[in-house]
Design a protein around this ligand. Structure first.
Ligand SMILES: [Fe+2]
Length: 561
C-alpha cells in the first residue's frame, strides 16, 4: 500500500508512505529555495518519485492535508482566498464554522494539483482530503514515544476553519472532543496580531516575539492583553470583535497598546499566551483523564509555552511533534490515508514511523563533488571528517555541515547546520552580522551530547532530541554553552545528540576531546530570509554570500582558499 501525502498550502511538501513506513519526505521550500513556499509541491513530487524509485502508477491513494485551502499560494490568484477569509469572519460559532467547512470543501477545485497529478498519470487515483487539524493530531499521536493512550492537542493560526482541537487517542483511533473555530484563534489574533503590530511578519516571525519576551516586563501591559482572549473549557474565545492579523486588529492593538514598549508588549503577549495554553492543557487532561500529552500545530513551536506545559504537575509526559508547523501535515495525511486503506481492505495496520527527523533528501558524493567543482572553490576529501570538523570548531572556525538526509521541520539537527564554539559570545556577533543577518536579540541553540545532558540542562526530558522544548540551564550550562542559550534568561532549546546521528555525535565528541565541552552551537544552514539549504549548490552559494569559514559537504571540506 503506497500513500502519497501532500500539503499544497503554507509550508507545502509531500511524502511517500509504503505499508506504514515513511520512505521519503520533501519540503517544497528546500526544492525551490523559497521560504515557507505555499502551493502545489511539484518539485517535491518529482524528487520523491526520482529518489525512491516508487513508480507513480503504484500509488494507491493521494492524501491531502486539508479540505479547504485558506492560505495564499506563493504564486497564483488570491481572490478566492479573500472571499474565504471574509466568510471565516462570520463563522464565530461551531455550527456556522461547520457549515462553512462543508461549503468551502466542496467549492475547492484543486485545478493546479490535478494538473500536476495528471502529469504523473495519477489524477484518477483515489484522493482523500483530510481535516487539517486531524493531520496535525496524527503526526503527534502516531509518533508518540509510548504505546498507551494520549491526550492530543493541536493549535495553529488556522486550518480548515479551525484553530485548536482536543482529542483522545487510543490504539489506532483518535476521537475529537472539541474544536475551536478559526474566528477565536489565539495564535492568529493575539500572537500573530502582536507580531504584525510590532512590525514583524505574521505567520512567520512569531518566534521573534517569543525571543524578545524575556527582555520585557509583562506587568506593564498584561492587563490590557489578558481580556482579549480566554479559555472556555476545551475551546478558546475571542473577545476583541476582530479576527486574523489584518489592518482592523492592528488598529485595535495600536489603540489599546499606545505608549507601551515593544519588549513589554512581547513579554505580555507571551505570558497571556502561556497562561491560556496551560489552562487549556489542564482542562483537556481533566476531560480525557489521560496525563500523557502529545501536541502539534504551529503554536507548539513556542518552546517556552511547551516548557511550562511539560512542567505542569498534572502532565506525566509531553511529546511535541518536531515538525509541528504545516510542513508536517503531509506526513499526518499519509498516515491517515494508510489507516483508511487498511480499514477498507480489512488489513491490520502496522505503522513503522521514524524516531528521528532525518526524513528528507540526501545527496551522493558524486553530486556533491560535481557541485563543488562547478563552484570553483578549493576542496579536499577529509580522512577523518568528524575529527577534522570538531577540530576546526574548537580552533574558532565557523563551519557549516551538509551531510546525510535533510531534516524535516524548521530545526536543523546537525545535517544542515552551521556549527560554532558555544563558549564564546564573540562568535554570536560574527554569526549574526556576517552570516545569518539575524535580529540582535534572538538566541542561538545548542546541540548537547546525550552523555553530558545533565551537566548542562536542568531536568532534561527523555525526548529533547529536536529543539522543540526549552529548559533551564545548570550554572555550567549557562557558562560553557553561553552562546547557545538565550542571552537574557539563559534558557536553552537543546538538541540532545545520540546515535540517531552518529556522524554529528562524533563531531561534538571531537570538539569535547579538545575543549572539555560536550556541546556545540547549532544554527540552521541558511542565509536570512531563505529556507535551510536544500542542495549542495545552494550550500555552496551560501558559502559565497557569507563569511562562513568552511563547508563540510559530505566527506569534502570546502573552503574559500
Ligand atoms: Fe496548521
Amino acid at each position: 500500500m503506497i500513500v502519497l501525502g501532500i500539503n499544497d498550502g503554507h509550508d507545502a511538501g509531500a511524502c511517500l508512505l509504503r505499508d506504514g513506513k515513511l520512505l521519503l519526505y520533501s519540503a517544497e521550500e528546500r526544492r525551490r529555495n523559497i521560504k515557507n513556499y505555499a502551493g502545489v509541491p511539484t518539485e517535491s513530487l518529482a524528487a520523491l518519485f526520482a529518489r525512491t524509485g516508487v513508480s507513480p502508477k503504484d500509488v494507491d491513494l493521494v492524501a491531502l492535508s486539508s479540505r479547504i485551502r485558506t492560505t495564499f499560494p506563493t504564486r497564483g490568484k488570491k481572490k478566492i482566498y479573500t472571499v474565504m477569509n471574509a466568510m471565516s469572519f462570520m463563522a464565530r460559532s461551531q455550527w456556522a464554522t461547520n457549515a462553512g467547512r462543508w461549503v468551502l470543501s466542496r467549492m475547492r477545485k484543486r485545478k493546479e494539483l490535478l494538473e500536476c497529478l495528471s502529469g504523473y498519470g495519477i489524477a484518477d487515483k483515489p484522493l482523500l482530503a483530510c481535516d487539517h487539524h486531524e493531520t496535525h493530531a496524527a503526526t503527534a499521536f502516531y509518533h508518540r514515544p509510548w504505546d498507551g493512550p494520549a491526550t492530543i492537542l493541536t493549535m495553529d493560526g488556522a486550518g480548515d476553519g479551525l484553530c485548536a482541537t482536543v482529542s483522545i487517542g487510543t490504539g489506532f483511533e483518535m476521537k475529537r472532543l472539541a474544536a475551536t473555530p478559526k474566528y477565536h484563534s489565539v495564535a492568529a489574533g493575539l500572537y500573530s496580531g502582536i507580531t504584525a503590530y510590532l512590525g514583524l511578519k505574521p505567520y512567520e516571525h512569531e518566534y521573534k516575539v517569543m525571543g524578545m519576551a524575556p527582555y520585557g516586563q509583562a506587568e506593564h501591559c498584561i492587563d490590557l492583553l489578558r481580556p482579549l482572549f480566554s479559555v472556555n473549557g476545551l475551546t478558546f474565545r475571542n473577545h476583541t470583535g476582530y479576527t486574523g492579523t489584518g489592518t482592523a486588529i492592528r488598529h485595535y492593538l495600536h489603540k489599546l497598546l499606545e505608549g507601551q514598549r515593544f519588549d513589554n508588549v512581547s513579554a505580555a503577549c507571551q505570558q497571556a499566551f502561556e497562561e491560556m495554553m496551560v489552562q487549556w492543557t489542564q482542562n483537556a487532561i481533566a476531560a480525557t483523564g489521560v496525563r500523557k500529552v502529545v501536541a502539534a500545530g504551529g503554536a507548539f513551536l513556542n518552546v517556552k509555552a511547551n516548557k511550562l506545559i511539560r512542567e505542569l504537575p498534572v502532565v506525566e509526559a509531553l511529546y511535541v511533534y518536531p515538525c509541528s508547523d504545516d510542513g508536517g501535515t503531509p506526513i499526518g495525511a499519509a498516515i491517515l490515508g494508510y489507516l483508511r486503506l487498511c480499514q477498507q481492505t480489512g488489513t491490520e495496520p502496522t505503522l513503522d514511523l521514524p524516531k528521528d527527523m532525518y526524513l528528507g533528501l540526501d545527496h551522493t558524493e558524486q553530486e556533491m563533488e560535481a557541485a563543488i567543482q562547478a563552484s570553483g572553490f578549493p576542496y579536499r576529501r577529509m580522512a577523518h571528517p568528524a575529527d577534522e570538523v570538531g577540530g576546526l570548531i574548537a580552533s574558532g572556525q565557523i563551519v557549516a555541515r551538509f551531510d546525510g538526509r535533510e531534516e524535516a521541520g524548521p530545526r536543523a539537527l546537525g545535517n544542515r547546520s552551521i556549527l560554532a564554539d558555544p563558549r564564546d559570545l564573540r562568535y554570536i556577533r560574527k554569526l549574526n552580522f556576517a552570516i545569518k543577518q539575524r535580529d540582535f536579540w534572538m538566541p542561538f541553540a545548542a546541540s548537547v551530547l546525550e552523555e553530558d545532558q545533565h551537566t548542562y540542562i536542568v531536568n532534561p526530558s527523555k525526548w529533547a532530541f529536536y529543539m522543540i522544548e526549552a529548559f533551564e540551564t545548570t550554572p555550567e550550562g549557562a557558562d560553557k554553552l553561553v552562546a547557545g542559550t538565550h542571552p537574557f534568561d539563559r534558557t536553552i532549546r537543546p538538541q540532545v545528540v545520540n546515535d540517531m546521528n552518529p556522524g554529528y555525535r562524533d563531531i561534538i565528541r571531537a570538539f569535547k576531546a579538545r575543549t572539555g565541552v560536550g556541546g556545540v552551537l547549532n544554527t540552521s544552514f541558511n542565509l536570512h530570509g531563505f529556507p535551510v539549504v536544500g542542495s549542495p549548490k545552494v550550500a555552496l552559494d551560501t558559502l559565497t554570500k557569507s563569511e562562513l569559514d568552511a563547508v563540510a559537504l559530505g566527506p569534502f571540506l570546502v573552503t574559500k582558499g
